[in-house]
Write a protein that binds this ligand. Sequence first.
Ligand SMILES: [Zn+2]
Length: 235
Amino acid sequence: MSPFLFAGIPYEAHTVSGSHPRRCASSARNTASWRIEIRSTHARKGGKRLVKEQQIREAVSSILDAIGEDVDREGLRETPGRVARMYAEFFSGLSQDPAKELATGFEEGHRDIVVLKGIEFNSICEHHLLPFYGTAQIGYVPCGRVVGASKLARVLDVLARRPQLQERLTNQFVDVVYTTLQPEGVAVILSAKHMCMTMRGVKKPGSEIVTQASRGSLKTQPDVRRDFLAMLQEM
Ligand SMILES: [Zn+2]
């Protein structure tokens, strides 16, 4: 049975207790291999929003003109402004630090895998500036510290609100959780439909791209991975 049958069920968190007691050995990690740049280099200046809406308005006008449209006709008059505001929202994650979302975790002493299924997300493919959208599944083995389900979803949202590639989004999601929450292991699976595969080029509506990334025990220990995959199939 496909784990993606559960796609679309928002924020369903499951925990299971006890069959595989594991030691948290964060010192054993190879920190060099997973430390990548996730915090935006596009830092906010004085708290101001960075997206330059006026510049986007002009660019959209120019595109409409270039395709032979009359930019002054009634239906198009407000379009550049609408697109500019929309892009400011789509790319708002560029000026946010996803790690901040995990700052308010709590020590629970919970050491068994926690799985969050069916987190819906949408993002913009950086190759075509067209949307891709789908669901994420994430599982982590805490070293005692856990976070609310909505915080994990929020990390994904911050990362998705940037020009993205699904592969990079998957890796960044896993890395933010692994480096910030410091669990023993974490795994993410993203499954998404890409409008650039539906509307143009190969035109294959319905096809989905599935990506996965894992760190720590969820990468190296087959029994932990098995738990994760089994929990994805449970309702
Ligand atoms: Zn694309």
